[in-house]
Write a protein that binds this ligand. Structure first.
Ligand SMILES: Nc1ncnc2c1ncn2[C@@H]1O[C@H](COP(=O)(O)OP(=O)(O)OP(=O)(O)O)[C@@H](O)[C@H]1O
Ligand SMILES: Nc1nc2c(ncn2[C@@H]2O[C@H](COP(=O)(O)O)[C@@H](O)[C@H]2O)c(=O)[nH]1
Length: 222
């Protein structure tokens, strides 16, 4: 599977291994808001993985931008034909990551951002190992989580209740992740995400082979 990449956008033009940055959280903790903020910064040079889902489209969502909204039959077809890098049933709907766009982005040396749940995270980690960086976003309180879902006003009362009922099970998965952030202040959490991305991009393991050539050049200087 072609899930490794080289990225030459950092380190003064040096090639480095690309990474897959995964954000997970209980519904309403802030992944979508943070994803939007990350994508609004072109200098961060991230490509969003756009999932397929059988969930009905929300009024604020745009086909092909937020999700590809597909039928259950089409979902099963994609899954059975191996077109999904990972998939899971979440809050009663099916969600999956199309494999080909992720492989294409990584092959072009781009870092890919995912907004997926803990089940999908485990599947991607099993396939791509150290090229995966995982971040779990916690709400500051359950009360605030409920208010955020209500204030967002995008889901029915029944859907909000189901998402809140699933939140405890999702929150308990925090130990599966490399990093855990409490999203009490959106700007602060955004800054923390950028700091993690910057540090992860600088890890020595991601710098080969570009750094090897650079070090050779350094050492050959008189
Ligand atoms: N730090 C914050 N303070 C206050 N409100 C916030 C904060 N972060 C996000 N919100 C608001 O909370 C609501 C839920 O946020 P968002 O849609 O980003 O959550 P999500 O984790 O992507 O949820 P889902 O998994 O259901 O898609 C939105 O209305 C958003 O504007
Ligand atoms: N395993 C996957 N989970 C996904 C994917 N796309 C989204 N999600 C997760 O589903 C819930 C609900 O999302 P919502 O947009 O309906 O609020 C949330 O936890 C997402 O992270 C996916 O492709 N695979």
């Amino acid at each position: 599977m072609a899930l490794a990449a080289h990225n030459d956008t950092d380190g003064g033009g040096l090639k480095r291994r690309g990474l897959m940055l995964i954000l997970s959280s209980p519904s309403g903790a802030g992944k979508t808001s943070l994803t939007r903020m990350l994508l609004q910064r072109p200098e961060l040079d991230l490509t969003l993985s756009i999932s397929v889902t059988t969930r009905p489209r929300r009024s604020s969502e745009v086909e092909g931008i937020h999700y590809e909204f597909i039928t259950h039959k089409r979902f099963e077809q994609l899954r059975d034909e191996g077109e999904l890098l990972e998939w899971a049933e979440v809050h009663g709907n099916c969600y999956g990551t199309p494999r080909e766009p992720v492989e294409r982005a990584l092959a072009q040396g781009r870092d890919v951002l995912f907004d997926i749940d803990y089940q999908g995270t485990q599947q991607v980690k099993a396939k791509a190992g150290e090229d995966v960086v995982t971040i779990f976003i916690l709400p500051p309180s359950m009360k605030e989580l409920k208010s955020r879902l209500e204030r967002r006003a995008e889901d029915s009362g029944e859907a909000i209740a189901s998402r809140l009922a699933n939140a405890a099970n999702e929150i308990r998965r925090w130990r599966l992740y490399d990093y855990v952030l409490i999203n009490d202040d959106l700007q602060k959490t955004f800054r923390e995400l950028v700091a993690i991305l910057t540090a992860e991009r600088s890890r020595a393991v991601r710098q080969t082979p570009g750094i090897e050539a650079f070090v050779e050049t350094l050492l050959s200087e008189k």
